[in-house]
Ligand binder design. Structure first.
Ligand code: S6P
Ligand code: ZN
Length: 196
């Protein structure tokens, strides 16, 4: 059926080491501090920065349309080094709209932390470094933080019907932030207010 000529996947070339993708099907986006307002905890520090600063770039290919069951998407993300106040540059982070869809991340360059959070807000981090492979289990929100001095580059592969739920992260954030403390990155978990 797949060989009957109805479906010809788009041609895409990738450069593993730089994260660059080429091909008619390649899409890309760059996220600036302006678009990320509200995600960093220090609003005063953000106001003092150039809001056109690019925090991260994503390139990806969608060989089938979004929502297709059984397909896969593929892309790269490059997060610049930097901080807003004491908080390291990071991606927005998201749950998949279909919660039972997982994902793979594989790191090429730089270092950082993959922040994972379940629906109960329990949050943990995995170290990212060249060669680290991360299986993001279904149901986990995921965000990447660049804790190094150079760009952090990773490749990702995710299901074409996963979708992205950014709204719940925009509203409530993650259960932990990665902040500069005593000259090094520290994972600061949120205070859980006492239940009455
Ligand atoms: C998609 C996958 C990545 C991210 C990218 C940017 O499921 O996880 O391609 O889209 O790393 O992160 P975010 O949170 O802004 O989408
Ligand atoms: Zn994802």
């Amino acid at each position: 059926m797949i060989f009957n000529g109805d479906y010809v996947p788009p041609e895409v070339q990738i450069d593993w080491l730089t994260g660059m993708m080429r091909g008619s099907d390649v899409q890309q986006t760059a996220k600036t501090l302006r678009e990320m307002a509200g995600l960093f905890h220090d609003a005063d520090a953000l106001r003092g920065m150039d809001e056109s600063t690019v925090v991260y770039r994503v390139q990806w290919t969608e060989p089938v349309s979004q929502g297709t069951i059984g397909g896969l998407f593929w892309g790269s993300t490059i997060i610049e080094p930097g901080r807003v106040g004491d908080e390291y540059f990071m991606t927005h982070g998201h749950f998949h709209s279909l919660r039972d869809r997982g994902e793979y991340y594989g790191t090429i360059g730089g270092k950082g932390l993959l922040v994972l959070m379940d629906e109960s807000r329990a949050t943990r981090t995995d170290a990212m470094f060249p060669g680290s492979l991360h299986y993001i289990a279904s149901g986990l929100a995921h965000r990447v933080v660049n804790t190094g001095d150079e760009p952090l580059l990773f490749w990702a592969c995710w299901p074409s019907d996963a979708g992205h739920d950014y709204a719940s992260i925009k509203a409530d954030g993650f259960g932990a932030r990665v902040l500069l403390r005593d000259g090094k990155p520290a994972v600061i978990h949120e205070q859980i207010s006492a239940q009455l």
